[in-house]
Ligand binder design. Structure first.
Ligand SMILES: [Zn+2]
Length: 158
């Protein structure tokens, strides 16, 4: 890897830590030449996972897709900071992906991803979970969505 500032390939790792369940690593690096520091992030690429859709067509898993659905659910909140949303969406996406790795599935349905994501978001911020839920039921009326979501929450809390 090259230093992004001077393009020299002599880097020193000054700090590193594993995130959440240990499936990704964060490293702080320092260039031996220009002494600038920057961060790298290493994670498992989950594109080996095949996603089965409702119409039974299959696609490779895409982190960007999951991330943007979570990000959009966060951005719908009122008076929210875009930077905070991006940071949180990144973290929540990591948690969903770590659950996917833990489940050891090579094939996953869109519905399973939906449930894992909803589970993570419910723990983090119920308002984002609600937005995420309604995003997938766009065709329903708001009142219906709210009722369905409340039913789901009361079921999962017992
Ligand atoms: Zn450098």
């Amino acid at each position: 890897m090259k230093c992004p500032f001077c393009e020299i390939e002599e880097l020193i790792v000054t700090n590193s830590r594993q995130t959440f369940k240990g499936y990704s690593t964060w490293r702080r690096k320092k260039c031996a030449s220009c002494l600038n520091t920057f961060t790298t992030y290493e994670e498992v690429n989950l594109n080996y996972i095949i996603v089965k859709k409702k119409d039974s067509t299959k696609k490779r898993y895409s982190r960007v897709k999951l991330f943007s659905s979570i990000l959009n659910s966060c951005l719908k909140l009122k008076n929210v900071d875009t930077g905070d949303c991006a940071k949180n969406a990144q973290e929540y996406t990591n948690e969903v992906e770590e659950l996917m790795i833990k489940n050891k599935q090579k094939i996953i349905t869109t519905n399973e991803i939906f449930n894992l994501t909803l589970g993570v978001l419910t723990k983090k911020d119920i308002r984002i979970a609600m937005n995420y839920f309604s995003y997938f039921y766009k065709s329903k009326r708001n009142e219906e969505i709210k009722k369905d979501f409340e039913n789901l929450m009361s079921k999962s809390s017992h």
